[in-house]
Design a protein around this ligand. Structure first.
Ligand code: PLP
Length: 515
């Protein structure tokens, strides 16, 4: 046993507060109250043990990765079981199979229930929520806004979970028909989809307003599942290790990963994998024309700019919410410097680092930007040359990898260690058929799970883009946030009166967590 496993892991904010939060508290806290992100006090070093894990199944490996972060907060058998259940519904026996296509290895992360990589983390997060909440007899109400993909992955992660209610807001008429069907065809009683008569920004503003309503936040124990949740990052570390063993069964090479990037969550997990001891050469940040991160890693300045719509909508971001975690490490975990930088960024929409820090950042990360035309060209080329259909997000990853392979070739050819370039494939091409059809001339084949959605029964509410309407809908659906749900009947009322006494005490306890 390494010392990492004996010590209890505690979490703190990147900006200095909450120096001793437990894993469980960190999972439910989301954003720290000082505006920072939660990070572990140290990153466990597994460089002496990871080679022993090379024959493990995906869920066993996920258990090994999670263990040092979770510490003794979940008994081993329970954590093992949780990981096993989380990956039981993936459609490929390898969970995340890797395929050699041309000069790159494509790591397919889209075999989960919603055909996008977010399933890998959200399937496990749903189980983790349920585990902690039933153990402590607490409830939460997850409220999230989505422009498409995150919503369905969250819903599939949380459907049917005990002690969790899930409200997902999406802009009416502005998500693709497939995305809407994926969300609204989930009929579990704890899932509530709302088509908001407005834009995605309206949805996000409403969610933020609900979280700012402290009385409401407390009485409903509002929770979030967005990508700043540390557990999501942690669950994503697994596939970096898993793929290493698939590509180098003898653990005798180095790998670079090209990651289609938006909020910087996926690639940050790769950075954690590297810091934990995995032989990673380069992490390549692949962006579309929303290129704030590419500009950072080439110039050292991080400048907010307006969001453009692209063929790869899940990467359409103005700023990357997880990037702060990386800056924290770049500045040697100095919360004072970081808090100062982020404060400046919030005021001006820009921050920059000096030459020395840029150089250091470029030792871990390279970057590449993919234009709309390049996205289509790359899909078309792989379709023609290799009979392999890329989705537009993955195409950006492939494009960035190719550019850098050209540059790296001389180094790698003569190197004594083997080197593999792995591209993370973040979505099934059928989820983004418009771009694929445009590039290849024919629509991608629908996998069975998506094809049968067309005739599915759906349930959702259409509501105006007003915070009070949404708040009212939540209150009517869950009249008693500590117990029953749905229609407010006399039976519920009686039951909730009985529960009120104990619930009051519980509410006080739960409220404490939010302070
Ligand atoms: C969310 C998402 C991304 C971006 O991942 P981040 O962790 O936000 O960087 C890329 N591709 C697809 C398909 C996604 O759903």
């Amino acid at each position: 046993m390494s010392c990492a496993q004996q010590e209890k892991m505690l979490f703190r904010s990147t900006r200095g507060a909450f120096l001793d939060m437990s894993f469980e508290e960190a999972v439910f806290e989301g954003l720290a109250q000082d505006g920072g992100l939660l990070v572990p006090h140290f990153i466990p070093d597994v460089s002496n043990e990871y080679k022993k894990w090379k024959n493990l199944s995906f869920h066993e490996l996920a258990y090994q990765i999670a263990k040092p972060y979770v510490g003794d907060e979940i008994p081993e058998a329970d954590l093992r079981d949780l990981m096993k259940r989380s990956y039981a519904h993936f459609k490929d026996k390898d969970i995340v199979p890797t395929k050699k296509v041309g000069d790159v290895h494509i790591m397919e992360l889209f075999h989960g229930p919603t055909f996008a990589f977010k399933d890998v983390a959200l399937q496990a997060l749903g189980n983790l929520f349920e585990y902690f909440l039933t153990r402590s007899n607490k409830r939460i109400t997850v409220v999230g806004a989505t422009s498409g993909d995150t919503g369905s992955a969250a819903i599939y992660g949380l459907r049917g979970k005990k002690n969790v209610e899930c409200f997902i807001l999406f802009p009416e008429g502005r998500v693709s028909p497939i995305q809407q069907l994926q969300m609204t065809s989930v009929l579990d009683e704890n899932v509530h989809c709302v088509a908001v008569q407005g834009t995605f920004d309206d949805c996000q503003d409403i969610v933020k307003a609900l979280f700012r309503d402290l009385k409401f936040k407390k009485s409903y124990s509002l929770g979030a599942v967005n990508s700043i949740n540390f557990a999501r990052i942690m669950f994503q570390i697994t596939y970096y290790f898993y793929t290493y063993f698939k590509v180098f069964p003898n653990c005798d090479g180095k790998m670079s990963f090209s990651v289609p990037t938006g909020n910087f969550g996926d690639i940050l997990a790769g950075y954690y994998a590297k810091k934990m001891g995995l032989p990673v050469q380069h992490l390549i940040v692949a962006t579309n024309s929303n290129d704030i991160l590419d500009r950072f890693f080439t110039t050292g300045s991080y400048d907010k700019s307006p969001v453009q719509q692209t063929f790869s909508p899940s990467m359409d971001i103005g700023i990357s919410s997880n990037f702060e975690r990386y800056l924290f490490y770049l500045f040697d975990e100095d919360s004072k410097i970081l808090a100062h930088m982020m404060d400046g960024f919030n005021k001006t929409g820009r921050l920059s680092v000096d030459e020395a820090h840029l150089e250091e950042a470029r030792r871990d990360f390279l970057s590449g930007r993919c234009s709309e035309q390049e996205t289509l060209d790359t899909i078309s080329k792989y379709h023609k040359d290799f009979n392999y259909t890329l989705d537009p997000h993955t195409a950006c990853g492939v494009r960035a990898a190719e550019q850098l392979l050209d540059r790296m070739e001389p180094v790698c050819k003569n190197a004594s260690v083997k080197h593999a370039m792995v591209v993370l494939s973040t979505a099934h091409p059928a989820k983004f058929s418009t771009a694929v059809q445009k590039a290849t001339g024919s629509p991608p084949k629908l996998p069975e799970g998506l094809a049968k959605l067309e005739n599915a029964e759906v349930r959702f509410q259409v509501l105006p883009a007003k915070t009070p309407s949404i708040k009212n809908y939540i209150e009517v659906t869950i009249p008693d946030p500590t117990g029953s749900r749905n229609v407010y009947t006399l039976k519920h009322y009686a039951a909730s009166l009985v529960a009120l006494g104990c619930a009051f005490g519980l509410g006080v306890l739960m409220g404490k967590r939010g302070q």
